[in-house]
Write a protein that binds this ligand. Structure first.
Ligand code: CA2
Length: 148
């Protein structure tokens, strides 16, 4: 099983700025925790990517079929704005779980809408870095389940 993790804009700053909102854990540490959890779950390949560019996220999603079996996606601010990321998800038909570190529903109204969540199996938010590990577990569970 191959899993691709995609993080969107500004998440490279995790652990360096706004720890009150996003916590003190860096993206590198989140990825290291995910790699350990992936190994424990028997995931053959876990690739983690981050970009500040919308088009790059779109390209990675477009290229995902054939390269991975499932996606974990935190589109960051593009969650609330990007029809392009949403259209890419709709085009690939890959199981995807959306993750947010913060509880977007407890924040500004413009963060309450996700354009991408309707294209995902599910969404985990407000649980900080643990959300990524829970998403991985859910994705592995789903992919291991016999198809109906
Ligand atoms: O809670 C999340 O995971 C978000 O996707 C984070 C996005 C935000 O636009 C979404 O509404 C919710 C922002 C990521 C910014 O990350 C930073 C990390 C450290 C310092 C500054 C920004």
């Amino acid at each position: 099983m191959r899993i691709l993790v995609i993080n969107g804009p500004n998440l490279n700053l995790l652990g360096q700025r706004e720890p009150d909102v996003y916590g003190a854990v860096s993206l590198a540490e989140i990825e290291a925790r995910l790699a350990r959890r992936a190994a424990a779950l028997g995931v053959a390949s876990l690739v983690c990517r981050q970009s500040n560019h919308e088009g790059e996220l779109v390209t990675w999603i477009q290229e995902a079929p054939g390269q991975c079996d499932g996606l974990i996606l935190n589109p960051a601010a593009y969650t609330h704005t990007s029809v392009a990321v949403r259209d890419a998800l709709a085009a690939v038909h890959l199981p995807c779980i959306e993750v947010h570190l913060s509880n977007t529903h407890a924040r500004e109204a413009f963060r309450h809408v996700s354009l991408t969540a309707p294209l995902c199996l599910g969404q985990i938010q407000g649980l900080g870095p643990l959300g990524y590990e829970l998403a991985l577990e859910a994705l592995v569970n789903t992919l291991n389940r016999p198809q109906k």
